[in-house]
Design a protein. Structure first.
Length: 515
């Protein structure tokens, strides 16, 4: 199926990016650690990334792709390209103004994003400086999202999925230079590297669009009817599409009120959790939206329903066992990946606690990615706003209560709870509207996937106990023990899943043949 091929393409490149991202984070933990500079940089990196995921990749992508796909399907490539050009001109103008305003207002914005830093003048000033350096990244990524939407609408996913690799390559280069003494102010070097990487990703996408023959010249910015329609769809979608990101920013705000290092613990835990989320969730969401848009533009409601069912099934097949593994063995994962240099055993233990809590919500995070296209493809970006408000309210309330007892782990646990509430409400609304009908295959396989994942978790727990001495040994022993744990989990699930009917090899072969 085209869906599985698209997910495989996106997931493969995203996996490469995530592996490089792990190399980056391992270097960061060893060189920078989890102290003042790390906390300030992670806030600086999170701020433009929040707006990128909320507007550029969230609300903008949700509104732009269906409109562009509709023009491409009904009117042809020339009108579609003209629409994209008019949107790009307005988008660039808005981003330039927004970036300038944010730069000027950064000291005041920092009181909102990291209020806990206000009691530490040195950390607060550093966070402001670093965020001013990283913020231009947002402008480049907004334009990159537009070009990516055009390519994705044509089912050209590889260039879009490969672009984040550039960010990790640049950041790894900066970290190695810091280690060798080339840069003597690590925070400033890292923040500058983020902006440079954003420019590189934008250039990469321009070249990809030229190769595809869809690149355009920028016209004078004008609010055409098409642009106005896009803005109308984007305004509510800014909340609906980015609820998870809003929750993660709330996490940063609350973590800044906790002892030093809490922001870093949540960052490193989220990075591990983002591996399956990025490889599976992002791939499913990006691939599913243009496919649903095409089906609905052609009046193929049943095809749209079938495609969404398979996307949900595929997402759960991969994320439920991943969540089970991260909840069962967070300690050896974090210790092997990060415990070295400036990142000590106490940092590893604190990060592992947050990882286990985040992982409880992993399937929900991915379900949100699989369900929201059901709204966006029908040009409905308003409904998810109401869902987002409920989820964010739950996140804030639960986090404030749990952080009193569990500190940063309570914040991560609240994020997981709000994600499940968000996914459940989205599914109920789509189902009541008749836009989401769970077929017999999906209803039968979900409980089997859960059971197979439970069996895998039991096997992992036993293996972890048996390898305890090796996991406390030297670096080589710990790496070998973690590899053994991972192989144990993979083999167990590969054996148990077909036996329980959670997955069938024949289905995989059929999907690969169709791809």
């Amino acid at each position: 199926m085209a869906l599985f091929r698209a997910i495989a393409t996106l997931g493969g490149w995203t996996m490469a990016s995530r592996i490089l991202g792990f190399c980056r984070d391992i270097l960061f933990a060893g060189i920078i650690g989890a102290g003042l500079v790390a906390d300030a940089f992670f806030v600086a990196f999170k701020f433009p990334n929040f707006f990128r995921r909320l507007f550029a990749e969230g609300a903008f992508n949700a509104a732009f792709v269906p409109l562009y796909t509709d023009r491409l399907t009904k009117d042809g490539p020339v009108p579609a390209r003209a629409f994209a050009a008019s949107v790009a001109a307005v988008l660039l103008s808005v981003m330039l103004c927004f970036t300038l305003a944010a730069q000027l207002a950064m000291p005041w914005l920092m009181y909102v994003l990291a209020p806990g830093f206000a009691d530490q003048p040195e950390k607060f000033a550093l966070a402001v400086d670093l965020t001013q350096l990283t913020f231009p990244y947002l402008m480049f990524m907004a334009l990159t999202a537009l070009l990516a939407g055009m390519l994705n609408s044509m089912h050209r996913f590889a260039a879009t999925a490969a672009a984040p690799v550039l960010l990790n390559i640049v950041m790894i280069g900066v970290l190695l230079a810091i280690r060798e003494g080339v840069f003597t102010v690590p925070g400033y070097a890292l923040a500058t590297g983020v902006a440079v990487a954003g420019a590189g990703q934008f250039i990469w996408m321009v070249l990809a669009c030229r190769r595809a023959g869809i690149m355009f010249r920028l016209p004078r910015p004008r609010l055409t009817p098409g642009v106005k329609r896009l803005l109308v769809l984007m305004i509510p979608g800014a909340i609906g599409a980015g609820v998870v990101q809003v929750n993660l920013v709330i996490d940063i705000v609350l973590a800044s009120l906790l002892p030093e290092g809490s922001v870093s613990y949540l960052y490193f835990a989220d990075r591990v959790n983002q591996l399956p989320l990025g490889v599976i969730g992002v791939a499913v969401g990006v691939a599913l939206l243009p496919m649903l848009s095409r089906h609905l533009s052609a009046g193929e409601e049943q095809a749209a329903t079938d495609t969404q069912n398979r996307a949900i099934e595929f997402a759960l097949l991969l994320t439920v066992p991943a969540a089970a593994a991260l909840v069962t063995i967070p300690d050896p994962i974090v210790r092997v990946l990060f415990e070295r240099g400036a990142f000590d055993a106490a940092d590893a233990a604190a990060t592992a606690g947050a990882l286990g809590a985040f992982a409880l919500g992993l399937p929900a995070y991915v379900l949100i990615k699989a369900l929201t296209p059901g709204f966006f493809a029908r040009q409905d970006t308003a409904t998810p706003v109401k869902v987002a408000v409920v989820a964010m309210t739950v996140n804030i309330g639960v986090a404030v209560v749990l952080m009193q007892v569990l500190a940063h782990v309570g914040i991560a646990l609240a994020t997981a709870c709000s994600a499940w509430i968000n996914a459940a409400i989205l599914a109920v609304i789509l189902h009541r509207r008749g836009h989401l009908v769970f077929d017999a295959r999906l209803r039968g396989r979900v409980p089997r996937i859960v059971m197979a994942s439970f069996c895998m978790a039991v096997a992992l727990w036993g293996a972890n106990q048996g390898l305890a001495d090796f996991l406390r040994g030297g670096s080589g022993e710990r790496i070998a023990a973690l590899v053994a744990l991972v192989m144990c989990g993979l083999v167990t699930f590969a054996i148990v899943a077909p036996l329980l009917g959670a997955a069938r090899i024949s289905d995989l072969r059929r999907a690969l043949r169709r791809s």
